[in-house]
Structure formats: C-alpha cells, structure tokens
Design a protein around this ligand. Structure first.
Ligand code: GLN
Length: 536
C-alpha cells in the first residue's frame, strides 16, 4: 500500500502577526528531531498570484526558492528551521488557485458546468494540499490570514474536507490564538480565544491543540477555562510566550510536550526527541562571548521584515562565531559624503542591502567608499554588489559618470541588462530567479569561505555586471572571484588588498540555515569580529 502522509493544519485567530510561521516551523523542527520527514506548505488567501510585485513595506521580503518561486517570507522560516528546501509546490495563493480554475474554465474543461467555490475552488486547493502526499511522513499546512476573514473561507473548507478524506488519526488542527492581558482588570482574558474557536467550529473545524500567545504564563485556571469553553483537552492548551529569540520557540513547545501530543493524535510511533545541537545553537545566540556592530545600509530599514533573511543569516553567523551581532540601521537615503564618517564610525562591518530603484543609491555608494577606504569588512548583496562595482569605477577607474543602467543609461553603464534582455519591457518576466551554479576562483575570500569551487546560489535581479568593462576592472585590481560556469556572468567581486571586501550578485541570505549558517555570512562576521578585537 502506498504510504500516505499525516496532515497538520495550522490556523490563526484573533489577530494577525501572532507568529504562525514560526509556530509552524517550530512544530516542523520538533517532529523532524523525532526522526520524521516533514515539509510545510503555506496557503495565502490573497488574490495576488505571487508576492513578487508586492510592496516590501506591506508584505516583508520576497523569499525565493531554488526553483525560482517568489514566495512569502514564511517559507524562509520553514527552510531555516527544517533545513529542507522548499519549492513552488510549498506555496499557493488564492490568486493562483482562481487563476488555474478560470484558465481551465476558459479551455472548456468543466464541460458547461457552473464553476463554483465549492467544489471547484476547494478541489483545486485540496489538490495543491496533496502535492506531497506520500512523499513526507508529515505535511504541515499553514493557512495565512485570520479565521473569520472572508477570503480564507475556501481554504478552511478545504482543510475540513481533507481531514475527512484522510480519516481519523491522520490529520489534526492546531489553532494559534491570543490571550490578552488587560491591565485595569489585572487579568488574562480568554474571550477572544473562545470567539475565535467558535468561528472555526462554524466551519466544521474543531481544533485539537490551542497555542495561546500571551505576555505572561497562563496558569492552570486560565488553561482549564479555555479547555472547557473551547472543547480542547487541558494539556493541549499550550501557552506560547514571547521568546528572547525565535529559535527558542521549539524548545518552549517541547517543554509542554507539544510534539508528544501531536504524535499521539496522529498515531505516530514516537522516537526520542533530540534537541541537543539546537539548544547549543540557541545558547550561543543568547549568551555569546563576543560582540560586533554591523552597519546595515538599506532603504527599508523602518520595516525590518523586508530584510528578514539577512537578519536571520547574521544571527546564524553570529552564533557560529560565538558573537552577538548588533545592527546599526543606516538609512541609505540619509548618508552623504559630509556625514558618512559620523554615521559609520565604530562599526566593525558594513552590509549593503539588496534593492530596486534609484532611491538611496548615493548613500549606498558613499558607504561602500567609506568601507573600502577604511579597511572595514564589507559585504554587498545584489544591489549592494552592483553599487560596489559603481563605486570602484567612479573612484578607482576614474569614471565619475559610472552607473547602472537601472538608474541612468550612458556610456559608463558598468551594470547593465544583458543584450538579449534589453528589448523586454514587461516587469514580470525578465528577472533572473532561483538557483544558478557559480564557479569560484581558488585564490579568493569566497573560496576560503565556501571551501569548494562549485556553489549554487539563488538570484532575484535583472541587471548584471557589464562584461565590456571586465578588463579595465581587473587591471585596476578588482577581483572577479565567482562567475557562471561558462564564465559569462560575473557573480562575485572582491578587493584582494582589503581585509574582507566581497560583493555578490546573488542572495546568500536565502540559503542560510539555523545551526549551520551560510559560509559568506560566517566569514563576514569572523572578519568583523577580528576587527572588533583589534580595536579593543
Ligand atoms: N535592482 C537590481 C537588479 O534588478 C538589484 C536587485 C536586488 O538587489 N535584488 O538587478
């Protein structure tokens, strides 16, 4: 008989931003530590076909998978916690679901039937939910949005139907809710949770476990009250307090035996949980021996979710280096030649962030110039690397007009579209997206970090290093240490005379995992730590 997967549906109630993505990832990790194969899927009820064109202020960063899907940032958490590659099939939005159904309707696939939310949309959702059936022991399905939203209805209905189809003991529902503390009453309040569960029940879903976000411990009386009113066993009412680091959440859940409860509900044979390596990692995040300050030059600083993966990659690299990474947020739009010294003085490393559009470019270039001339470790990511190339052209090659044709097209477009891209104007289709192989030069900082000549990294950009200028750059000392295997695309540039100056065209942050980190981030923090120690 073919193996079937067990399903865990995760919904959220009361309000958004309760950390469903972290909860799903933490549950995934706990089950993985017990020896099961696990994947996580994110279902987003919004109508956008993908988040690629959504404003990072509203939606946080766009996470890119190996197969080039532009996805929700929660997929980043899944990958970081589970150390498992996600793909297009790990995500679906209402937009994609409706798009497929409508396309099929246009092709006549429904043979004159009335096409309806139930069953056609819900069938399509279930079809996607079953993408991993039999391939993993456990499939966790996180439903975006908050229970009660109009748009999440078809998704909840699909969860209900799928649970019925796979049968008792093969699926369960976990609901993440909020238990607010009301100061004037000096009390934790359970009513919002009761209402949220009641709404779920109206859709035919009875949660098996409640994860209660709260600012303080729930206490036995509150837990038994929630259990009684929400029809959930008392041991399955689990508090989810604010954690000092998101990586501690799995350990908090483990303390309440959440994974044991899940194994019981899903009839899974329990093996021993092993969280030793993970706890060591968490301990190093919380109490490291060293500390560095990194100047983070970007333009979405007011909304750090736009840089989620970079921040996490710095945390991982910090833990590996036994170092706390303190970020000094530098708004690239505010940096000028006159204030750069004051803004960057004292940092042990400078990271220049990815981005699109001309806003903040001058500040990025000025910061890079400062890093290069002050011998402070520099890490440029995507646009950050492109700005490093522009800075080098302007200040070392003596080309003051050097630019990227994204901002200004002239004779000195050292960053440009590839010739074959120039005729395409459509915003959607022209990006280099997903994983590409890269070949490293042995005598380089990049090779020293990766310890391998062949790497694979993820991309999300349109513009590239302009090969017309390759010779003048290398003659002037800029090292091209990574290229596409055919040598045509420049992927990494370095300044060898500098202590650590590396710019990468790809997004290494998307492949940094908890515990193991990413080689370039680890090397960058190591260089910053060395500088901090020199300055002591
Ligand atoms: N805007 C640049 C490009 O499209 C860089 C993009 C990025 O930083 N992700 O090439």
């Amino acid at each position: 008989m073919p193996k079937t997967s067990k399903y865990i549906f995760i919904t959220g109630g009361v309000l958004s931003s309760l950390g469903k993505g972290i909860a799903s990832s933490s549950i995934g990790l706990l089950l993985r530590q017990r020896g099961f194969t696990v994947t996580v899927q994110k279902m987003d009820p919004y109508i956008n076909v993908d988040p690629g064109t959504m404003n990072p202020y509203q939606h946080g960063e766009v996470y890119v998978t190996d197969d080039g899907a532009e996805t929700d940032l929660d997929l980043g958490h899944y990958e970081r916690f589970l150390d498992e590659n996600m793909s297009k099939a790990n995500t679906a939005s209402a937009g994609q679901v409706y798009y497929d159904v409508i396309m099929r309707e246009r092709q006549g696939a429904y043979l004159g039937k009335t096409v309806q939310v139930v069953p056609h949309i819900t069938d399509e959702i279930k079809h996607r939910m079953r993408a991993f059936d039999g391939k993993y022991d456990i499939v966790i399905i996180e439903i975006g949005g908050t229970v009660g939203d109009i748009e999440s209805l078809p998704f909840l209905e699909a969860c209900r139907q799928l649970r019925l189809e796979v049968g008792r003991g093969n699926a369960m529902d976990i609901h993440l809710t909020y238990v607010p503390f009301i100061k004037s009453a000096n009390e934790l309040k359970t009513k919002p949770t009761q209402h949220s569960v009641k709404t779920l029940m109206e859709f035919g879903i009875t949660p098996d476990v409640l994860l209660c976000r709260a600012e303080m411990k729930l206490g036995k009386d509150i837990r038994s009250k929630i259990a009684l009113f929400c029809n959930v066993e008392e041991r399955s009412v689990i508090e989810a307090l604010d954690a000092p680091t998101i990586y501690e959440v799995p350990m908090m859940f483990a303390k309440h035996e959440l994974d044991t409860i899940i194994c019981e509900k899903l009839n899974l044979k329990r093996s021993r949980r092993d969280l030793e390596t993970w706890s060591r990692f968490v301990h190093r995040i919380k109490s490291p021996r060293h500390s560095v300050e990194i100047g983070f030059v970007g333009k979405y600083n007011k909304y750090p979710d736009s840089y989620k993966s970079i921040i996490e990659a710095l945390t991982h690299a910090g833990a590996i280096n036994d170092t706390r990474v303190v970020i000094r947020w530098i708004d690239s739009e505010e940096v000028t030649a006159a204030n750069v010294d004051q803004m960057l003085k004292g940092v042990n490393g400078i990271l220049v962030a990815p981005g699109f559009g001309h806003r903040g470019i001058d500040g990025k270039i000025t910061s890079i110039h400062w890093a290069r001339t002050h011998d402070v470790p520099f890490f440029g990511i995507c646009l950050g690397m492109q700005c490093a190339v522009i800075e080098y052209a302007r200040n070392v090659l003596g080309m003051p007009a050097a630019n990227s044709s994204e901002f200004k097209r002239n004779k000195f477009s050292v960053i440009d579209l590839l010739p074959e891209q120039r005729s395409i104007t459509d915003k959607g289709g022209t990006m280099r997206l997903g994983a590409y192989p890269c070949h490293l030069e042995r005598k380089s900082k990049a090779f020293a970090a990766y310890k391998s000549e062949h790497i694979n990294e993820r991309h999300r950009h349109r513009y590239e290093f302009n090969n017309d200028f390759r010779e003048v750059f290398t003659a002037a000392g800029l090292k091209i240490s990574g290229t596409s295997p055919d040598g045509r695309l420049v992927e990494i540039v370095e300044v060898p005379s500098h202590r650590w100056f590396v710019g990468v065209q790809f997004h290494p942050e998307l492949k940094s995992r908890a515990v193991t980190g990413h080689p370039l981030f680890v090397a960058f923090i190591k260089a910053a730590r060395a500088l901090a120690q020199e300055n002591l």
